[in-house]
Design a binder for this molecule. Structure first.
Ligand SMILES: Cc1cc2nc3c(=O)[nH]c(=O)nc-3n(C[C@H](O)[C@H](O)[C@H](O)COP(=O)(O)O)c2cc1C
Length: 215
């Protein structure tokens, strides 16, 4: 048993007190912007999403923009100094996060290689944490990318929340200022998804305070 962690729950504490305490602390959520393509549309959706996350009580948001990280596709147990410097831009943010929101476009019926690359460069940083999925694309709205990501995240011991937000033919949905032309349905979907993400983040954080996750 990890005695340090065990000491955080005093003999008088019940699991319900631990869960109450954890709900009082903001959920640190890392919003991962998955597209790094030149001329990408991703930042428009990312801005929309970040406004919803920051407007939802109880979240503390940080952004991991994959266009700002240059990780090689060849993985290494002995990364070069350059690669260590690139990892330093992303790994601490993933490690500190209680929860994730992955924003993905759809490329050829799946999610982009940039996302798979950052996922594969990490392991423990993902484990026993919830992830919500927001997607955009052409006619499919990125839903095929989302379903592929669910399979990958299950392998990493993550919980994908059930509800998603998807933008079909995304380019036409936002005006030149980046505002959604008809936001009510998307706003409601975001609220439901964020509520679920928060529930899972509280539940898993509280559970890990009582018993470390063993994978
Ligand atoms: C390589 C590539 C493949 C694409 N494949 C699909 C697809 O399979 N289904 C779809 O609905 N949209 C597809 N699209 C459209 C993108 O989802 C859409 O352009 C989206 O805005 C791309 O995100 P980004 O601009 O942030 O990179 C594709 C776009 C690219 C560049």
């Amino acid at each position: 048993m990890n005695t340090t962690t065990a000491q955080t729950v005093s003999p008088s504490s019940s699991p319900s007190t631990a869960l109450t305490a954890t709900a009082d602390t903001p959920v640190k959520v890392a919003v991962i912007v998955g597209s790094n393509r030149e001329g990408r549309f991703g930042p428009v959706v990312a801005e929309w999403l970040l406004r919803r996350v920051r407007g939802h009580e109880g979240f503390e948001a940080d952004v991991v923009d994959l266009a700002e990280v240059d990780l090689p596709t060849s993985l290494s147990y002995r990364p070069s100094a350059e690669v260590i410097a690139e990892l330093a831009k992303v790994t601490p943010k993933l490690a500190e996060a209680d929860a994730f929101i992955v924003l993905t476009p759809e490329y050829n019926h799946s999610y982009p290689a940039s996302l798979k690359n950052v996922i594969d460069w990490h392991r423990e940083e993902w484990q026993a944490k919830p992830v919500a999925l927001v997607s955009y694309g052409g006619i499919s709205g990125g839903l095929r990318a989302v379903e592929h990501l669910r399979q990958v995240f299950a392998e990493l011991h993550m919980v994908t929340v059930r509800d998603t937000v998807s933008f079909h033919n995304a380019g036409a949905l936002f005006d030149d200022e980046g505002s959604h032309r008809d936001p009510s349905a998307a706003d409601a979907a975001a609220k439901g998804m964020l509520d679920q993400l928060q529930w899972w983040a509280w539940a898993l954080r509280g559970a890990k305070e009582v018993r470390p996750y063993g994978s």
